[in-house]
Design a protein around this ligand. Structure first.
Ligand code: BG6
Length: 481
């Protein structure tokens, strides 16, 4: 199968930090279809060789194990091409079409890795230039809009040029191996399904913690904030994977129908419930791994006095028969104690404890990063001379060890899926709009709340109000147990 993959925003951070390195990995793993070209499109004038040199230099920023040696780079670089385009000029799209038509690849993937405000312009021009035939797929990077209205507008324009089945809305968390394993765990094994419900589960915690701050992206981030950057997409997508009903098939739409139902079942926020069940924070200076780090307001390009949140913790419920009454706690933030993403399924305690000592409940921990794996926490006796004293032990599944040779990173997986036409791990427009519908009341309530975000020291787990919120239910965050 032949393919052409075009990156709009070909010199941007996303392209050189994530996309080209992911394609290099796919190539190195022998997974990239052999007959392919990668075309970077951006505003300035450069030759193919200039672009290859630009990428080569940037590879020093990539993990050393994922960097090409000279020979690998020169072979991989043959796939890379560059084209200058002014995205508002119809004749530049006609030129692109010509470049693509000259070869007539089986599949054309157009990846919009630009600022999202350009998506409508680009999609409209692509449609006008006829760059939307059935073999064309358009990949849209998040954030898709900044609220429901803007997301709808983007979707309307995308739909005017492309069929829904041609639109690949990316959420790179869905490409993480442990997220796919979550589906495998639930729908490839009979063991957990009978327990996967309110009768057995006390609460579910989803934590997406980063140790990094906003870095050089202060201007982008300040317009976005943690609610739009992480909750509306990554955290909610994980929640849908946990809470969805078993789909009838593994088809993309069967899965996405079930995820949409979960989003529609989330308890809607009111101004009162936002005040009670949502905590927003903003990091101050602190210490992470023994290193002093500045506060958010002192980061480059962050406007003075900004009230943008860098932390969100919230409590919600999925209002259906399976989950009624089970709290789902979501939490995400920058400059937290460590880089750590996990889902914890806390089971209910035994109804009548007969053993003395520890009465901890079972829990299932799905680790997404830094390592991915799965731990099932059980209680066992130590076999000591003290009688039946229970102590926690865990069954640890290390997927990296079990499947090391097969494993691929999130962007690598998703790019290969887009080339192969597999939509399962991409987000449908109605899911995305429903997620906006659900987070919007939070953003509105904050806009009229003079208190602003609560400060927290870098290197902690966010404002104390986050622990207080969950303590109201008699629970604690996993790291506090
Ligand atoms: C991106 C956000 O979508 O995800 C970033 O825009 C965030 O702010 C990143 O840092 C986190 O991704 P990962 O894979 O490093 O957890």
């Amino acid at each position: 199968m032949s393919f052409d993959l075009v990156f709009f925003g070909g010199t941007g951070d996303l392209a050189w930090r994530k996309l080209v390195p992911a394609l290099f990995q796919a190539w190195r793993h022998g997974k990239l279809p052999a007959d392919g070209r990668i075309l970077a499109v951006a505003r300035d004038e450069r030759s193919d060789d200039d672009y290859r040199g630009f990428i080569r230099e940037r590879f020093v920023e990539v993990d050393s194990a994922k960097r090409p040696n000279d020979d690998e780079f020169s072979r991989f670089a043959e796939l890379l091409h560059y084209r200058r385009m002014d995205l508002s000029q119809p004749e530049h799209y006609a030129g692109l079409r010509q470049w693509l038509d000259d070869r007539g690849a089986d599949t054309v993937v157009l990846y919009l890795a630009t600022a999202p405000y350009l998506f409508p312009v680009i999609c409209k021009q692509l449609g006008t230039a006829g760059l939307n035939s059935p073999n064309v797929r358009v990949v849209l990077e998040k954030p898709l809009g900044h609220d429901l209205a803007s997301a709808r507008e983007i979707n309307r324009v995308v739909r005017s040029a492309f069929a829904e089945s041609q639109a690949y809305r990316i959420d790179h968390y869905l490409g993480k191996p442990s997220v796919q394993n979550l589906m495998a765990l639930r729908f490839g094994n009979a063991l957990f399904e009978p327990l996967w419900r309110r009768e057995s589960i006390a609460n579910i915690q989803i934590t997406l913690a980063e140790a990094l701050g906003v870095g050089t992206r202060g201007d982008f981030y300040d317009q976005t904030g943690a609610l739009r950057d992480m909750v509306q997409n990554h955290a909610l997508q994980l929640l849908t994977m946990i809470a969805m009903e078993p789909p009838s098939t593994s088809d993309a739409d069967a899965i996405r129908d079930e995820k949409l139902k979960v989003l529609k079942s989330l308890r809607p926020f009111t101004p009162e419930s936002v005040a009670r069940d949502v905590v927003r924070g903003q990091y101050r200076a602190g210490t992470i791994d023994g290193r002093a780090v500045p506060g958010y307001l002192d980061e480059p390009k962050v406007p003075a006095g900004s009230t943008t949140e860098t932390f969100v913790a919230l409590r919600t419920e999925v209002q259906n028969w399976r989950w009624a009454g089970v709290p789902f706690y979501l939490r995400t933030g920058k400059r937290l104690a460590s880089r750590h993403a996990q889902i914890v399924v806390n089971f209910r305690p035994v109804p009548h404890p007969i053993f003395p000592g520890s009465s901890r409940a079972n829990k299932l921990v799905i680790n997404l990063q830094p390592e991915d794996g799965l731990e099932l926490h059980l209680l066992a006796t130590k076999g000591s001379s003290h009688g039946e004293l229970l102590a926690p032990v865990s069954l640890d599944l290390d997927f990296d060890k079990a499947f090391a040779s097969e494993r691929v990173g999130a962007y690598e997986r998703l790019l290969l899926d887009a080339i192969a036409g597999r939509l399962n791990l991409f987000v449908r427009s109605d899911e995305q709009e429903q997620a906006w519908r659900w987070v919007e009341p939070i953003a509105h309530a904050w806009a009229s709340d003079p208190n602003g975000p609560r400060p927290y020291a870098s290197g902690t787990w966010g404002p104390p109000a986050s622990s207080a919120m969950i303590a109201r239910d008699g629970s604690t965050w996993d790291e506090e147990q």
